[in-house]
Ligand binder design. Structure first.
Ligand SMILES: O=C(O)CCC(=O)C1=CC=C[C@@H](O)[C@@H]1C(=O)O
Ligand SMILES: [Mg+2]
Length: 370
């Protein structure tokens, strides 16, 4: 197939609940929705998950829009695509810019699966009918508010609760939560807020029976995490440090982590995600699908990839209603008894609410691809 045109829409969506981590608070998502058209009536959608500012990684919504328009999309113009795996090969000469590349690559996977009449999950090799769902809770102003939020999440049926920590809001706060919820599956996400000087703090956390501690150290580190993992019993999970299959391979070789949080955008797309899933599955490393506060389009891709056998822990794939008053897809992503049903219809499995998408679009551009 050939692409006829690609439209990139910059979208601003207000979040239902502000989301605070060690690097700031988000009340809105400023993101890109990429629509790939084959000119024959089929379209595929992808989502660029970069934050508005380059605080999670070196990419930001504005840099991704520029990269797509100036460098990435022109490289795909006129390409004859027999399988969406070819997109990452065509874009390989472009260094990093992973979230920008993943947005168009995901749109082409969706378009291809739609044309083939198969679900995105099936196109990726998914085997699960439902995926287990966890909830990521931002840093709350008080421990009491956090305990209340955890209680509501447990009552809602989430299979795992992720709690953000930062210096001054960590050990005592987690002890309070563990006292209130002795049997709940709990993990901590530090978003790189600590250093090897904090080893004793993480050793103290070993008493809390956490499922994992996510990205405790620098966002681009693998070696220091090796030393931390050797010093604690709680499994280290890497998020920001893993930008590619090779990063994952090296992290496993160095025993820097026992769990990986895979984010499709962070690693450059679905083809790279499949390589990491196979590596983890064959290495006995636990894997789960992280979230970037996506709309229903990115969420559809996350549910599809999480349906693969190697994803064996609940992901940050909460339902649409956790994030948005109204999602840009229909039906919305819903959770039942802590699980989300994997769509079986062609492509991503959810229709895009094009009028709402237009209303939320703050700017857009279209690149002819023939
Ligand atoms: O999308 C979700 O619900 C999970 C959001 C989440 O935990 C994160 C989103 C973006 C960056 C980080 O703050 C954090 C993460 O590190 O996983
Ligand atoms: Mg994380």
């Amino acid at each position: 197939m050939q692409l006829d045109s690609v439209t990139v829409r910059r979208v601003s969506m207000e979040m239902l609940t502000p989301f605070t981590t060690s690097f700031g608070t988000q009340t809105h998502r400023d993101l890109l929705i990429v629509e790939a058209s084959d000119g024959e009536g089929s379209t595929g959608y992808g989502e660029c998950v970069a934050m508005a500012e380059p605080l999670y990684s070196e990419e930001a919504t504005g840099t991704c829009a520029l990269a797509l328009q100036e460098y990435i999309l022109p490289r795909l113009a006129g390409a004859e695509i027999s399988h969406p795996r070819e997109i990452s090969e065509l874009l390989a000469p472009i260094k990093r810019n992973n979230m920008a590349k993943a947005a168009i690559e995901g749109a082409v996977w969706d378009l291809w699966a739609s044309r083939e009449g198969i679900s995105l999950a099936k196109a990726l090799g998914g085997s699960k009918d439902r995926v287990d769902v966890g909830l990521s809770i931002g840093i709350k102003p008080t421990d009491a508010e956090l305990v209340e939020t955890v209680g509501a999440a447990v009552d809602a049926g989430y299979k795992r609760i992720k709690i953000k920590i930062a210096p001054g809001r960590d050990l005592e706060m987690l002890r309070e939560v563990r006292r209130e919820f002795p049997d709940t599956v709990i993990m901590a996400d530090a978003n790189s807020a600590y250093t090897l000087n904090d080893i004793e703090l993480f050793q103290a956390m070993d008493e809390l029976n956490l499922l994992m501690v996510e990205q405790p150290l620098a966002h681009d580190d693998i070696v220091d995490h090796r030393h931390l993992q050797a010093a604690i019993s709680t499994p280290v999970c890497l998020d920001e440090s893993i930008h590619s299959y090779d990063d994952a391979r090296q992290a496993l070789e160095l025993e820097s982590c026992r769990i990986i949080n895979l984010k499709i955008g962070r690693v450059g797309g679905l083809a790279e995600s499949l390589k990491i899933e196979q590596l983890c599955r064959e290495s006995g490393i636990e894997l789960w699908c992280g979230g970037m506060l996506e709309t229903g389009i990115g969420r559809a891709h996350n549910v599809a990839i999480a349906s693969l056998a190697g994803f064996n822990l609940p992901g940050d794939t909460a339902p649409s209603s956790r994030y948005w008053a109204e999602d840009i897809i229909e039906p919305e992503v819903v959770m039942t008894e802590g699980q989300i049903e994997v769509p079986t219809t062609a492509g991503r499995g959810y229709a895009v609410k094009t009028e709402l998408l237009e209303q939320l679009t703050t700017s857009q551009f279209t690149v002819p691809m023939r």
